[in-house]
Structures are given as C-alpha cells and as structure tokens.
Design a protein around this ligand. Sequence first.
Ligand SMILES: Nc1ncnc2c1ncn2[C@@H]1O[C@H](COP(=O)(O)OP(=O)(O)O)[C@@H](O)[C@H]1O
Ligand SMILES: [Mg+2]
Length: 249
Amino acid sequence: MSIKKHHVKSKLAVAYQLLHTPEVSVHIPETELFYKKSFKQMIKKHSKVYLKPDRGRKSRGVLRVERLKGNRFKIRSGSRSKYVNHKYIWTKVNHMIKDKRYIIQQAIDSVTKDGRHFDLRCHLVRIHGKWKVCGICGRLGERGSVVTTSHLGGTPTSVEKLFFRHLNYSRRKKEKMIKILEKCAVEAVNNVSRMYPNLKEFAVDMGIDTKSRVWIYEVNIEPLTKGNFGKLPDRTLYRKIKKMRKMAR
Ligand SMILES: Nc1ncnc2c1ncn2[C@@H]1O[C@H](COP(=O)(O)OP(=O)(O)O)[C@@H](O)[C@H]1O
Ligand SMILES: [Mg+2]
C-alpha cells in the first residue's frame, strides 16, 4: 500500500483541530458533524449553511441551504436550486445526502461586487522544516453557482484581477489582505501538519466576507494544482509551485 493511502482525510477533524487553535480559531466557520440536531441548530443560528462530504473533494456533493422568509428553504447545489417548505426540509436534505458522512458549516458571504461567489487557494510547502507560501490564486464561481471549482464552471483568476477588478480593492488594501491571508494559512498549516507529520504540502481554501474578514473553508492534504494554478493565463505561479514542490521532496 502506498504511504498516501494512510492519510485519512476528514474536514471535520481538521476544523475541530483549528477551532481549538487560538491563533486561527477566529477564522474558522462554525462546523459540526451533520445530523438532525446540528442541522436544525445551525440553520436557525446562521440562516445559511454549507453541507459537505467529510472526505469530499472538487466540490462534489456540496450543498448550500438557506432559510428564507415564510418558513421556506432554498437548497442549492452547483447552479441548481430547489425551494422546500420547512415541514419537508430535513427529509429532503437527508435524502440528498444519501447516508454519506457529511459536515455542516456556517456559510460565508464571499462574493464579488456583482454577486459571484469567490474563494482563494493558498499553496504551501515545507522546506527545511519551515512552511512557505508558494502562491495564492483566486477562483471565481460561475454566475449563480455556490462553488468555485473549475470542474464545475469556476474560473481560476489571479489575485490582482480578483482584488482590483472584482472587489475594487486599492493597491494598499490588496497588499494588506495578502499578508493576512498568508499569515492565516501558515498558522493553520503549522497546526494541521502535526496531524499529518509526513506531508510536505498543503493548500488552504479561504473566503473573504463582506466585512473583509478572512475565513478558512478547508485545509487540503495532497493538493492538486492543475485545475487551479495550472489554469491561470500567466503560468509563472504554476511553474514556481512545481519548482518549490521539488525542493520540498
Ligand atoms: N462555509 C462556506 N461558506 C461559503 N462557501 C463555502 C463554504 N464551504 C465551502 N464553500 C464553497 O464550496 C467549495 C468547496 O468546499 P470545500 O470545503 O473547499 O470542499 P472540497 O473538498 O469539495 O473542495 C469552496 O471552494 C467554496 O467555494
Ligand atoms: Mg476545497
């Protein structure tokens, strides 16, 4: 068996670890194992939640549930939506999840000025025992979609384009935000890497809410780069990551 197969991925275990890490806990959305009681409590408290397979990747099986006025709920997956009355919401969602182990997470409003969902991916490698940021890229969701992966219509975008064109940031705000994102990613990985001491690279998926607060959605173990950095029009960052990966091995 390859070493890779020993690395059991669990979004919940990672989120719990980070929720108990003082330096990063403020950046972690409330996260629980999905079951009837946690669903009812979280949707009441936050109005919008994400449901994600605990061991999922590439946004497969991700749902977003929103509580609307008049006892109605909106369930969205990718670009599709359904409206459900409160009486049937648990049965419907539970049916969509099909007995898989899921987590439920507070939804973050990480949207561009024209309402598209976006997030950021920060790739890190360990070189001589220290975690280094190789680069950050933005990912813009397809209009109307609740996820950003390129496999589901999202567009990898440079941070410059994301910040200047889609979020109207000034140069100063962009620099400041990049520092915050990098610090947050390094602190998260410093901690999560203790759960996976053999791994030499991680990628952190992050959002920025409408009050410019940074949130971590997940820390990816064994991250891929083709579908994100590899799809940026400028290949410089992709090549840089490839080079740094080699140095980490
Ligand atoms: N709590 C959240 N709030 C807002 N968007 C989220 C949240 N969690 C996930 N997303 C969106 O869904 C995508 C997939 O979720 P993620 O946790 O990264 O799982 P996966 O392993 O499938 O990539 C993210 O890239 C992001 O666009
Ligand atoms: Mg992800």
